[in-house]
Ligand binder design. Sequence first.
Ligand code: PAF
Length: 285
Amino acid sequence: MATPEVFKTCAAMREYCDGARAGGMSVGFVPTMGALHEGHISLMRRARGENDRLVVSIFVNPTQFGPGEDIEEYPRDLSGDLDSCLGVDADAVFAPTAREMYEPGACTFVEQSVLTEVLCGAFRPTHFKGVLTVVAKLFNVVGPCRAYFGQKDYQQCVVIRRMVRDLNVPVEVVMCPIVREPDGIAMSSRNNYLSQEERSDALCLSQALAIAKKRLKQGERRSSELVAAMRNHINNVKSATIDYVAVVHPDTLQPVSVIEDRAVAALAVRIGSTRLIDNAILGDE
Ligand code: PAF
């Protein structure tokens, strides 16, 4: 396995990817904010298997942090991340500075309505504008054939897919399954913020989703009942504060009242001061 080449500038990263495509190679892309864990590694493995070249970006994107969300606190571990990239045989890592990604005076952003106004967007009103802008910029630099995102950020996957469709971006967006710790908690860089006690309280998210799945299997198709059961479970945990618990349509993200075929149960819960999200596809068994 060769050490991945690390690129710091958009121009050098683009030249590498242009060269790969000119040589007839497919480019798979995994955008990340670093602090790589098994969830990211599963995306990178999948991308590795499906493409001739694997490019991973590591960039803590300032524009997706809202007021009061401390970007300085976000975990960073570039050398550990490079080891993880080596471990999955990535070809190239794009690790630009904020100054490289956002030139002074940058005033062009990608905004999306409707899908970004619900769920996390209702609580983090500027978040998806930052995500979509940086993802569009990264797509323009890398020009991937396929880009891989985790289902844990379900709404992010949906809004990126819609941007790609609406702006005719020539990339296939691949959503990969959630990777969980053995006890059920979804892998997330934010888990690093949890104290030992909070880490155990945080299990209430995946447990609530398991309750919804079980109730559905037993025949309960009314979302209101499933939401009530999930809320009830989470509310028993003292350190937990619910931002939202919802059962929504998988594409429109609008609430569904009765689950006909497929829906998504989505939650955002603060455990102490750490905001965690999780979700499960309902009704596809
Ligand atoms: O999911 C993430 O880590 C980020 O939102 C992304 C897609 C890398 C954009 O900064």
